[in-house]
Design a protein around this ligand. Structure first.
Ligand code: SF4
Length: 315
């Protein structure tokens, strides 16, 4: 196995292909509404990550119905994962979150619910509700945390409004409640070097995170980062360099962690730069090919946990 792909995980866990259904909620995030920041992360456009979403004014039931109408005939899909994707999907009163999640998992063909949020929007009260729903409905619930990098200096520069500590706290809490945890990482943020990404893989592995989603940076028009890009305050690394970072990241990552993506599907519209004008699948295939040819694989360098210096006394 070159890397532990999400599609393989889904087949193992649910016995067949499972399809994520993106759901948009009428939300904002504390890094936009003034609670911890007003202007958002410097790379984030006004619609967040929701370019794949249906209008948030539609009910969850309606969004699920419309997404299924498209997917079911095309792929003969039978099992689904509603995915609260855009903005911070736990940034609301706990009762509201409970209602949304219950609506999302109302039908028997839902095997899991995935919820994207910020590390500072997770708390024991919310996790208790999610753990209860997971148990009662016999589904998995995965909390997807935006981290992007473990480099707290870069986090400050991109105006994340949280540091590394909030992320670690959130992961430990999510795991304590028996829920799944996914982490989003951007592998080529300006100001991060190659070692930052290796350390990101190591910290994620040490925390026992279940899944990871990797992205390449894309520059959305009319953002602070677009301004910096146009002013040549930073340069984006080459596609070759990105592929190398993915390989280094995978080699250092625990083999038990599922990779939802090696590179995101960046929108071409409204961007100044996205995925080197190359299809994400092409970049993914090239990464896999290079790893196969060089006999590299996920976890090959994951030998630093569980007291690596004393391992020699235990043989
Ligand atoms: S936390 Fe997410 S939604 Fe909020 S500004 Fe940052 S990227 Fe955008």
């Amino acid at each position: 196995m070159i890397y532990y792909a999400f599609s393989d995980y889904l087949k193992q866990r649910y016995g067949e292909k499972v399809y994520k259904l993106p759901i948009g909620l009428p939300l904002t995030c504390p890094n936009r509404d003034g609670s911890c920041g007003k202007f958002g992360c410097t790379f984030c456009g006004s619609i967040g990550a929701g370019y794949e979403n249906l209008p948030p004014e539609l009910s969850i039931t309606e969004q699920i119905r419309m997404n299924k109408a498209h997917i079911v005939p095309k792929y003969k899909a039978k099992k689904f994962i509603p995915y609260f994707q855009n903005f911070s999907n736990t940034y609301m009163p706990p009762k509201q979150l409970e209602e949304y999640v219950l609506e999302a998992c109302a039908s028997d063909d839902v095997v899991a619910v995935y919820i994207a949020t910020r590390p500072d929007c997770i708390n024991d009260v919310y996790l208790e509700i999610l753990a209860r729903i997971a148990k009662e409905k016999n589904i998995d619930i995965c909390v997807e945390l935006g981290l992007q990098t473990i480099n707290y200096k870069t986090l400050e520069k991109i105006n994340r409004g949280h540091g590394l500590a909030e992320y670690i706290d959130a992961v430990l809490r999510i795991k304590r409640y028996g829920l799944l945890c996914c982490t989003h990482v951007i592998l080529d943020l300006p100001w991060d070097d190659d070692k930052d990404l290796i350390e990101t893989a190591r910290v994620i592995s040490a925390l026992g995170v279940d899944q990871v989603k990797l992205h390449a940076l894309y520059i959305v028009k009319n953002t602070k980062m677009a301004q910096q890009y146009e002013n040549k305050e930073f340069e984006i690394i080459s596609c070759e360099h990105y592929k190398q970072r993915v390989i280094d990241f995978l080699e250092n990552l625990s083999p038990n962690i599922v990779l939802q993506r090696l590179i995101g599907r960046a929108p071409a519209e409204n961007t100044l730069f996205s995925n080197w004008q190359t299809g994400w699948w092409k970049i993914r295939d090239e990464i896999v090919k290079e790893m196969e040819e060089k006999n590299l694989y996920q976890g090959r360098l994951c030998n630093y946990l569980n007291g690596s210096a004393v391992q020699k006394f235990l043989k």
